[in-house]
Write a protein that binds this ligand. Sequence first.
Ligand code: HEC
Ligand code: HEC
Length: 205
Amino acid sequence: MPIRTLAAAVALMLAGSAGALEIHLPPETAAYKPSDLPGYQLVQRNCMTCHAAQYASSQPPASPRAYWEATVKKMKKPFGAQFADEDMPAMVDYLVKTYGDERGAAAPAVAKTAAAAPAAAASGKDVKTLLAANGCMACHALDQKVVGPGFTEVAARYKGKDGVAAVAANIRNGGAGKWGPVPMPPFSQLSEADAATLAKYVLSR
Ligand code: HEC
Ligand code: HEC
């Protein structure tokens, strides 16, 4: 596309969304990269409320551990992020190994292990644990829209249909367009059983 057309398209998009608080990001930059490092779950829980993962993925790849320490500290003070100090070391470890100068050590093997790992398949985790570990409630509430639809709204849409499989697939795959233009990041690290547990929970609201 010629630059000018692109600029016009962007201008149109901006004009179209003026006034709306929605941020349009493709899912792959909105979500943090899956990892087996414990800090991944913490980052999903603690770092998705104010901005997408793009802020982390656009940092210089050579940024060292000290840089990530300072950045995470800064999110808490002065920016006001709410997470426990003891979450910090694991999050810094995940960030520097995923986006900073310690990449390569841990990152690439991960997707494969996550798929094969018995840990991912170990289901029977209860809904509360799954919701907390995956940061679902950073974007969802029960009875009102936050970033994503309220769970009662989702249940109402699927009322009278057996939506468990479809909704479980939507949780694992993420995507946009069913409720609005804002994408839900994929949660492919969830086992199918855990995704079904979450889907059943949502549909029973
Ligand atoms: C309370 C809201 C809030 C939370 C929660 C939050 N951030 Fe931020 N973050 C900000 C603000 C505000 C900025 C600066 C935005 C700007 O400059 O436009 C920012 C910027 C950043 C940047 C860009 C670099 C910089 O120094 O500006 C990175 C990287 C980042 N955040 C990572 C994280 C990580 C990792 C977490 C979780 C530990 C997190 N953020 C949680 C508010 C937050
Ligand atoms: C970063 C924000 C974000 C997070 C985190 C998030 N969601 Fe979503 N979710 C969304 C958005 C946005 C949509 C609407 C997508 C669309 O319009 O297609 C959505 C849609 C859904 C839907 C409706 C699917 C359907 O079939 O219509 C369900 C159910 C859902 N999310 C459950 C979850 C669960 C469970 C988690 C945690 C594992 C989660 N979400 C985490 C943003 C998020």
